[in-house]
Design a protein around this ligand. Structure first.
Ligand code: UDP
Length: 327
């Protein structure tokens, strides 16, 4: 079995990608510092604890496993936090990625799949975005991801690095088989927070802003099922090992849901009331982020098979009631 180094493999998207890799016949080797991930989410291959900023540790892991590619998920990813602590994002995300890329190149591993974000596009007046839309990052999180994209392009030119860049839209849901799921502490994401509110684990979900220039005044996002996203990574890996070089792909569904629409779907799917309060806008949030995935469909053969709001909420709800991790 060929080894794939998965940074952030103990986190939400990384753990689902490890499952998809293993199902596709690869051995995922998780490299994670457990700052936001969970050791018991590492179920599909070996675990190497370590920090992206620790070059010696990275060199050791590359030498031990000789991976044919890196799937690079490890990053801080909260928009709100990045506005308050930008240094954390530049250090961990940008300097950490630089250390990783240099270690990979030194080890002769020239294939990388990188988790970027739709947030690089900023706010563009409700247009459906594509990969050629201009970049206008609104917060240090998005700016850090954009900087890493530029870094990858530089190393592609200088060292022959091949990079598949995925710009994710909003990730939701959980492994339908219940082996892994979403578990952040603290939780900041819409769907797990509203499921917490339904269960009475928090008093209410606060809607961040009701005065956006959208039909119901709340932010619109394009939600993608985490297993669909995980499968995209396997296709991205195949693209690289087939020698197709670098590529940038948006991963969205082309359909946007407002915060109020997500709440309505959760109410219907769980058949429970969602306690809601209304609050001010969250700094750094775009009004609307929606993309089609024409390129990923045409060139990678990717399809968002599970990404209906009903299926995402159903899988998240099932995991929410049964799944948890421990440190
Ligand atoms: N949101 C909200 N209340 C919350 C958390 C999120 O209204 O407690 C909104 C947020 O403003 C955004 C959407 O839900 O418009 C999705 O936010 P999330 O943090 O889940 O993902 P992001 O868009 O930041 O990647």
């Amino acid at each position: 079995m060929k080894n794939i180094l998965v940074t952030g493999g103990a986190g939400y998207i990384g753990s689902h990608a490890c499952k998809a890799l293993r199902q596709a016949g690869y051995m995922p080797v998780t490299f994670d510092n457990l700052s936001t991930g969970w050791a018991d989410a590492v179920k599909f291959g070996p675990f190497e604890q370590g920090d992206l900023l620790d070059r010696a540790r990275l060199d050791q892991v590359f030498a031990a496993y000789q991976p044919i590619a890196v799937l690079h998920f490890a990053a801080f990813s909260q928009v709100g936090e990045s506005m308050q602590e930008p240094g954390k994002y530049w250090r961990n995300n940008v300097a950490g990625s630089l250390t990783l890329i240099e270690a990979a190149i030194a080890a002769g591993c020239l294939n990388i799949v990188f988790s970027s974000t739709c947030a690089v596009y900023g706010d563009q007046d409700g247009v459906v975005l594509d990969e050629n839309s201009v970049h206008m990052p609104l917060n240090p999180y998005a700016a850090s991801k954009r900087a890493i994209e530029d870094m990858l392009a530089g190393f592609a030119a200088s060292d022959g690095l091949n990079a598949v860049i995925f710009r994710y839209f909003n990730v939701a849901g959980a492994d339908p088989e219940g082996e892994v799921g979403e578990f952040h502490r603290p939780e900041t994401h819409l769907i797990p927070l509203l499921l917490d509110a339904i269960e009475g684990r928090r008093p209410a979900l606060t809607v961040f802003g009701t005065d956006y220039p959208t039909p119901d005044g709340t932010c619109i996002r394009d939600y993608v099922h985490v297993m669909d996203l995980a499968e995209a990574h396997v296709l991205g890996l195949k693209w690289l090992t087939d020698g197709k070089g670098s590529g940038v792909f948006n991963l969205g569904t082309g359909t946007g849901f407002s915060v109020r629409e997500v709440i309505d779907e959760a109410r219907k799917t769980t058949n429970r009331a969602v306690p809601v309060t209304e609050g001010p806008r969250r700094p750094g949030d775009a009004a609307c982020l929606v993309s089609g995935s024409v390129r990923a469909e045409a060139e990678l053969g990717w399809q968002a098979k599970r990404s209906t709001m009903k299926e995402m909420v159903t899988d998240a709800w099932r995991w929410h009631q049964t799944g948890h991790y421990t440190r």
